[in-house]
Design a protein around this ligand. Sequence first.
Ligand SMILES: Cc1cc2nc3c(=O)[nH]c(=O)nc-3n(C[C@H](O)[C@H](O)[C@H](O)COP(=O)(O)O)c2cc1C
Length: 302
Amino acid sequence: MTMPDMSVDIAGVKLKNPVITASGTCGYGREYLTFYAPEELGAITVKCVTLEPREGNPPPRVAETPGGMLNAIGLQNPGARYFLENELPWLKSRGATVIVNIAGNTVEEYVKVAELIDESSSDMIELNISCPNVKKGGIAFGVDPAAVEAVTRAVKGAVKKPLIVKLSPNVTDITEIARAAEAGGADALSLINTLLGMKIDVKARKPLLANMTGGLSGPAVLPVAVRMVWQVSRAVKLPIIGMGGVHDTESALEMLMAGADAVAVGTAMFYDPYAPIKIRDGLLRFCRENGYRSPSELKIKE
Ligand SMILES: Cc1cc2nc3c(=O)[nH]c(=O)nc-3n(C[C@H](O)[C@H](O)[C@H](O)COP(=O)(O)O)c2cc1C
């Protein structure tokens, strides 16, 4: 029996396997060192970085929900310069492939932080476009095709590293947004970010999160994410990193069969830090036992 080759190519970057961590769910990698070496995974996507440090939203900012969780962390991070000096060198010294998730409130801010990251040893840049566009009354970049194309084009024009655009699912037609990112010059897409949700504290008779609303993630969102990956993979030619509810081998297989080239594991890390490793091993086993020579052969063609 031939051993499958589990490496995947995302916009010219070779990942040793198709399992990545999702931004915001493993910090900058250090916390997971007690469980396994970060370089065992295809790549580590770090928590978002912004130009200046941010404190994030006041607590409570996370809540459990059926099959998932809500979060309203609010892009808390120590800022790009601190990250580049104190976090990235360690992660790179381990041999990990690193995707840096960046955020901003204006196109100019995105460009500035992207330029800083582009000068670093990181491997790819992921654009989190689920942020409010302060020049457009706070409406998120990611829900407006024109804004998605504009921010993608501006960042792409300023960097040499491959650019992944991370799509927000809080839209009517995800394919329209995916095409806008492709038109702006994205090298790859990742999806989905969290779905806007809310939880009420019935004893207090008020919203549980201080921010009122938050982003829903975890196994509960898997079918939505699989549907969107399916649609987007048929609308654009770009490589896709599928995420949203991936928590075991079967859910990862669903993503890859729907059209993803790699998967990212997020919320599942909180209750099972080994989930990405188990998925990596489970995918290899599945491919070997069923005669697939690479993860790309799993895609449903039609
Ligand atoms: C606590 C938490 C923090 C997150 N922070 C970020 C972030 O900084 N940038 C980003 O693009 N996505 C962020 N996300 C979204 C995840 O990367 C992922 O897209 C989403 O949670 C869906 O995957 P999952 O269901 O496997 O968690 C965050 C999610 C959670 C739960």
